[in-house]
Design a protein around this ligand. Structure first.
Ligand SMILES: Cc1cc2nc3c(=O)[nH]c(=O)nc-3n(C[C@H](O)[C@H](O)[C@H](O)COP(=O)(O)OP(=O)(O)OC[C@H]3O[C@@H](n4cnc5c(N)ncnc54)[C@H](O)[C@@H]3O)c2cc1C
Length: 478
C-alpha cells in the first residue's frame, strides 16, 4: 500500500519518507540480482535507476512466445531453503504463482533394469533431521543395501563440514565421495541426481565447498529444506511483469534496451554511467551483469586482480521442449537414471497450451549436446521419451524445439570460490552483484537475489545510509 507521502506499509518494510530521496544509485543489469538490488535500494529510500540492455527483465530466467505457447528459456526450480528467492517472490507479489511442494517427493525412474523400468522415490517424512530422509533412503530401490548404508554415513560426514572453510573450495567433491566409500552407482543414482541439477556439474567437476553447501542446506538443515517449488506461470510473469510493477510501485526508474558501455569516475567523486549517446550521473553504482561484462566495465583499480573474473568458467544447460497431442506424463515432474533424460516437467498449464501436453526436459551439464542440431536431438530424445513414458508411444508430436543457454551458470569447479569477489570493490560506491559473486551458493536464483541484497547493502553503506531495512536472510554477510 502506498500513502500520499510516499511511505509504504507492506508488512512495515518500507518508510521512504523517513529518508528523503536525494542521492542517486544506478543499477546495471536487470536479472534477478539487479532487480533485487534496485528494489532493496528503493525500499531504503534511495533514488534508483535500473538499466537493462535487453527489452525485458529477468536475465537468464525469462519467457518468450512461440505460437500459442509461452515458453521458459529453461525450467527453473527452487527449494524451500532458498529464503532469499522466496523473499523476492513475496516482494514482487508472486509467491502464490510459484508454490512449493507440501513435502519433498521426487519420482526417480530407472530405465536400465533387467525387468524394464523401475520407479523409486526420494521423499521426506515429518521427522527431525536426519531421520526425515531415513525411510526414503532405506527403501530407495536404485541403491543396494550396502550403498544405502554408506550414503547415510557420507551424509553425516558432510554435515560435519563447514562450506565457508576456504580449504574446502579447492577440494574435489567426487574425490571426497570416493574417499567416503561412495560407489559409482551411489554417485549416479543419488549424489549426481541432485548435484547435477543444482550445481550444473557432476561431483567429479565440483568444488567440495559448493557441494557441501547444497547438500547440507538442502538435505541436512531443516526437514522441509529440500521441498521443491517451481513457477506455475511463465517465468516472465514473475521476473519481468511483476518485477516491473514492484519497481514502479516503489518509484524506481527502469530503462530497458539501455546497454551500458562505460562506468567512469566523475569529477565530484560520484560515477558517470555511459550509454550510447548519453551519460547518467550516480552517487553509487551496482554492476549486476555477468562476470565477463563486469570485467569490461570495471574501472582500473576497482579489484586487486580483475583477471580472476575471466578465470571463472561457465557451463551450459539445454532444454528440450516437446508438445504431444495427448497427455503422456501423469505426474508434474520426474527424473531418470539409465538414459540421457535428466529432469522432465509438465509445462502444459503454465504455457497456456489448451490441448495435448507440453513437456520440458532440463538437461544440465550439457557440454556434449549444447551444439547438437535439433534433428539429431529429436532422433535421440523422442525414442527415449517413448521408453520412459508408455503413453508417448503412438502419440503425435505436435512440436519439438530446443533452447540453448551456453553460459547458463558459472562452473562450480574446485577453486572457483577464490575467484568470486564480494559486493564491495576498492572503488568507493561501486558494487558488484550477480549469481557468480561470492554468496557461498552455486549459480542459482537464490545466489542472484542474495548478491543483489548484499550489493544494495554495500551501496547503502557507501551512501552513508542505514542498512537497517535490508532483508535479514544474509545476516552479517550484508
Ligand atoms: C536454462 C537455465 C536453467 C536454470 N535453472 C535454474 C534452476 O532450476 N534454479 C535456479 O535457482 N537457477 C537456475 N538457473 C540459474 C539462474 O537462472 C541464474 O543463476 C540467475 O538467473 C542469474 O541472475 P543474475 O541476475 O545474477 O544474472 P543474469 O540473469 O545474467 O542478469 C544479468 C543481466 O545483465 C544484463 N546486462 C549485461 N550486460 C549489460 C550492460 N552492459 N548493460 C545493461 N545490462 C546488461 C543482461 O542482459 C542480463 O539481463 C538456470 C539458468 C539457466 C540459463
Amino acid at each position: 500500500m502506498t500513502h500520499g507521502d510516499g511511505t509504504r506499509d507492506e508488512g512495515g518494510r518500507t518508510g521512504r519518507s523517513a529518508v528523503p530521496p536525494g542521492r542517486h544509485a544506478v543499477v546495471v543489469g536487470g536479472g534477478l540480482a539487479g532487480v533485487t538490488a534496485a528494489l532493496t535500494l528503493a525500499d531504503a529510500g534511495v533514488r534508483v535507476t535500473l538499466l537493462e540492455g535487453r527489452p525485458r527483465l529477468g536475465g537468464l530466467a525469462f519467457s518468450f512466445r512461440r505460437g500459442e505457447l509461452t515458453v521458459d528459456n529453461g525450467q527453473h526450480v527452487y527449494l524451500r531453503c532458498c529464503t532469499a528467492y522466496r523473499w523476492f517472490l513475496d516482494r514482487v507479489g508472486g509467491a502464490h504463482l510459484a508454490p512449493l511442494q507440501e513435502r519433498l517427493d521426487v519420482p526417480v525412474v530407472d530405465l536400465d533394469r533387467p525387468e524394464g523400468r523401475r520407479l523409486g522415490r526420494l521423499r521426506r517424512d515429518a521427522l527431525p533431521v536426519p531421520l526425515h530422509l531415513g525411510r526414503s533412503l532405506a527403501t530407495y530401490p536404485h541403491l543396494s543395501l550396502a550403498d544405502r548404508a554408506r550414503v547415510g554415513r557420507a551424509a553425516l560426514a558432510l554435515k560435519g563440514l563447514d562450506p565457508a572453510d576456504p580449504a574446502l573450495d579447492a577440494r574435489n567433491f567426487g574425490a571426497w565421495l570416493t574417499a567416503h566409500g561412495q560407489s559409482a552407482r551411489a554417485v549416479e543414482a543419488l549424489w549426481d541426481l541432485v548435484g547435477v541439477a543444482t550445481l550444473n556439474a557432476t561431483a567429479g567437476d565440483s568444488s567440495l565447498a559448493l557441494a557441501a553447501m547444497v547438500f547440507r542446506t538442502g538435505l541436512l538443515s531443516e526437514p522441509g529444506a529440500a521441498d521443491i517449488g517451481w513457477a506455475s506461470v511463465p517465468l516472465g510473469e514473475l521476473h519481468d511483469r511483476l518485477a516491473r510493477e514492484a519497481l514502479d510501485a516503489v518509484g524506481a526508474r527502469l530503462r530497458l534496451r539501455a546497454r551500458v558501455t562505460s562506468v567512469t569516475r566523475a569529477a565530484d567523486g560520484g560515477w558517470d554511467v555511459g550509454l550510447p549517446g548519453e551519460s547518467l550521473h550516480a552517487d553509487a553504482v551496482v554492476l549486476a551483469v555477468p562476470q565477463r561484462e563486469a570485467h569490461g566495465l570495471l574501472p582500473d583499480g576497482a579489484l586487486d586482480d580483475p583477471g580472476r573474473l575471466l578465470e571463472i568458467g561457465t557451463a551450459p544447460i539445454l532444454n528440450i521442449h516437446v508438445v504431444y497431442d495427448r497427455r503422456v506424463l501423469t505426474v508434474p515432474f520426474l527424473t531418470t537414471l539409465g538414459g540421457p533424460v535428466q529432469w522432465l516437467f509438465d509445462r502444459t498449464a503454465a504455457s497456456g497450451l489448451r490441448e495435448g501436453q507440453y513437456l520440458a526436459l532440463s538437461q544440465s551439464t550439457a557440454q556434449d549436446e549444447i551444439d547438437t542440431p535439433v534433428a539429431a536431438l529429436r532422433a535421440r530424445y523422442l525414442p527415449e521419451l517413448e521408453r520412459l513414458l508408455p503413453r508417448a508411444r503412438g502419440a503425435r508430436v505436435e512440436d519439438f524445439f530446443v533452447t540453448r543457454e551456453r553460459e547458463a551458470t558459472f562452473a562450480p569447479a574446485p577453486g572457483v570460490g577464490r575467484l568470486r569477489p564480494g559486493p564491495r570493490t576498492k572503488a568507493p560506491g561501486l558494487c558488484l552483484a550477480g549469481a557468480w559473486t561470492a554468496t557461498g551458493w552455486p549459480a542459482t536464483m537464490e545466489s542472484a537475489v542474495r548478491s543483489g541484497v548484499g550489493a544494495a547493502g554495500a551501496a547503502l553503506a557507501a551512501l552513508g545510509r542505514s542498512r537497517a531495512m535490508l532483508p535479514d536472510f544474509l545476516g552479517e554477510a550484508a
